[in-house]
Design a protein around this ligand. Structure first.
Ligand code: NAP
Length: 515
């Protein structure tokens, strides 16, 4: 038996006849809220949503950096059951999303279920009672029949590994912990990273600062953004003609499904889609930088479109034509008290260092961000590290009964995150409902079903861009240490959502303590 497991059990885990809650949902972001809404709808109201922060909204609560906005159209980037006629733009700013989550939490009566400022440290399944014991950050415990893990993926920020990073005497700030009171006016600023976050932020920084150095290690594919304000008359039309809103969503769904999903997942079948996207990316750059041909090659990725998350911007490239902005591609050697030193020995002095260096993703300790011991004491992070990331339909793992992931391995649909969440929570709630119907206290995915599913995923992956179009140079967080690409689900959203509603409930084994 795993030592930590044994110790935790011995520490005095509660073993009451009934759990404190039927369900513990971990996380009050979009995923946790979706799970809560569905439980209420099914009248299964014995649940709690535990959240480490002090409010709802996850990513949209935490990220406050200048320029933050969705990079999938808002019509698609929202719940299917709660479309919003009031988006301010086609690609709405972060605040709109945060307000949307708060409004939904109130509308669906979720607030009584939240337990804020409460982090989960570990969870242990007790096969004698068919209960999870969840250890909280304050040292207390709660018990539950099942856990829905809704902790997201891009939550733990990652600082770059650069010598001397801590010796910098100016202001150093990661985009994920932005201080909105930071005065940028006229300052000398450096930004490290050119991922999707930096692409949104760089034009905003350039408007404010005195000088901007952009440190690019790997360029990014950036398409034109079909964005714009939504005028009041259109908002009113969306409010009064729901069919118009649904039709608009269908159009943006199809666009993002083709550009972000089918092009990547069915690369072998439709390589011309990627070729088209790459041409569109190059053309976007050339149009924004007509007089800076000297930068074209440097700003063009050498890896295939979708090997890492592409993004959209109508102004990112044009910033590099501005006098006060420098694109620096000489590698960084170290950070000093006064600024950044590149390998050519050049020191660029700055006042503010912005780290747009992303997040920990498929790593033990982050996925999930707590330890969890299953039926026989195996720890999920250990299991995934040992046996590769895997989960049936991205949701369930053998030996971890009554445990459901939202955004588990191979479950992210490259289109809207909301679709992933709706699919995964539909799956989990169907299992929980079925257990109730069968009077079962333990629900576990069958090993043979899980294994067949995983084999199919691995086979399908061979069609994707990830293994066929020079992704090795992308430095993409889609890949894990084993060389797998467990982030994206190799299927369309339509198939994924259909399967969430129709997978056979007999793929799970149901058992009851009393039998
Ligand atoms: P990211 O995509 O992981 O990009 C991190 C950047 O930092 C990369 O350019 C990386 O370069 C660079 N970097 C890391 N360590 C470095 C080092 N030691 N030296 C130099 N450069 C270094 O992170 P992100 O931009 O924060 O985006 C993360 C994800 O968040 C996105 O892909 C997207 O899914 C999501 N996002 C969504 C939205 C939205 O929908 N509104 C907006 C922003 C972000 P390499 O590529 O060379 O490693």
């Amino acid at each position: 038996m795993n030592v930590a497991y044994k110790e935790a059990i011995e520490k005095g885990v509660k073993q009451a006849a009934n759990p404190d809650y039927e369900t513990v949902i971990i996380g009050a972001g979009i995923s946790g809220m979706a799970a809560g809404i569905k439980l209420i709808k099914e009248d299964m109201t014995s649940f709690v949503i535990v959240e480490r922060a002090s409010g709802v909204g996850g990513t949209w609560r935490d990220n406050r950096y200048p320029g933050i906005a969705v990079d999938i159209s808002s019509f698609t980037y929202s719940f299917s059951f709660e479309q919003n006629p009031n988006w301010s733009r086609v690609f709405s700013p972060g605040d709109d999303l945060h307000n949307y989550t708060k409004r939904i939490a109130a509308k669906y009566g979720l607030y009584p279920y939240f337990r804020f400022n409460t982090s989960v440290v570990s969870a242990i399944f007790d096969k004698a009672t068919h209960m999870w014991t969840v250890e909280l950050g304050d040292g207390s415990y709660m018990t539950a029949r099942q856990i829905i893990s809704a902790t997201g993926a891009l939550i733990e920020t990652k600082d770059p590994i650069i010598p001397g990073l801590d010796s910098f005497k100016g202001i150093k700030i990661h985009t994920g912990h932005w201080d909105t009171s930071l005065d940028l006016k006229g300052k000398r600023v450096a930004i490290i990273g050119t991922g999707a976050t930096a692409v949104q932020m760089i034009p905003e920084l350039a408007r404010e600062v005195g000088r901007l150095d952009v440190y690019q290690r790997t360029p990014i594919w950036v398409l034109k953004k079909p964005d714009g304000d939504i005028p009041p008359i259109l908002k009113s039309a969306f409010r009064n003609i729901p069919l118009l809103q649904r039709g608009t969503r269908l159009a943006t769904d199809v666009f993002s499904e083709v550009v972000m999903v089918i092009s990547a997942i069915y690369y072998k079948q439709f390589p011309w889609l990627v070729a088209w996207a790459e041409r569109a990316g190059v053309s976007n750059m050339e149009q924004q930088l007509p007089d800076r041909q000297d930068l074209w090659d440097t700003l063009t990725p050498k890896y295939g479109f979708s090997c890492k998350r592409p993004t959209f911007s109508n102004e990112y490239f044009s910033v590099f034509a501005e006098e006060h902005v420098d694109l620096v591609t000489t590698p960084i050697e170290k950070i000093e008290e006064k600024g950044v030193v590149t390998t050519d020995g050049n020191l660029r002095e700055i006042d503010i260092l912005v780290l747009a260096t992303g997040y920990r993703v498929f790593e033990k300790g982050n996925f999930p961000p707590y330890t969890i011991f299953g039926r026989d004491g195996d720890e999920l992070g250990d299991f995934w590290e040992r046996e590769r990331f895997q989960a049936y339909e991205g949701v369930s793992v053998p030996n971890f009964p009554n445990f459901y992931n939202v955004l588990g391995p191979y479950s992210l649909l490259g289109t809207s995150y909301f679709k992933t969440v709706e699919g995964n929570t539909t799956h989990a709630i169907r299992c929980i409902k079925e257990a109730k119907k069968r009077n079962a206290t333990c629900v576990e995915i069958r090993q043979d079903v899980h294994d067949a599913y995983f084999q199919d995923i691995i086979k399908r992956q061979q069609n994707t861009i990830f293994f066929n179009h020079n992704c090795g140079t992308a430095n993409s967080y889609y890949f894990d240490v084993n060389g797998d690409a467990p982030m994206l689900r190799p299927s369309t959203s339509v198939e994924s959502l259909w399967r969430a509603k129709h997978f056979s409930l007999n793929n799970y084994v149901y058992s009851d303590l009393k039998k």
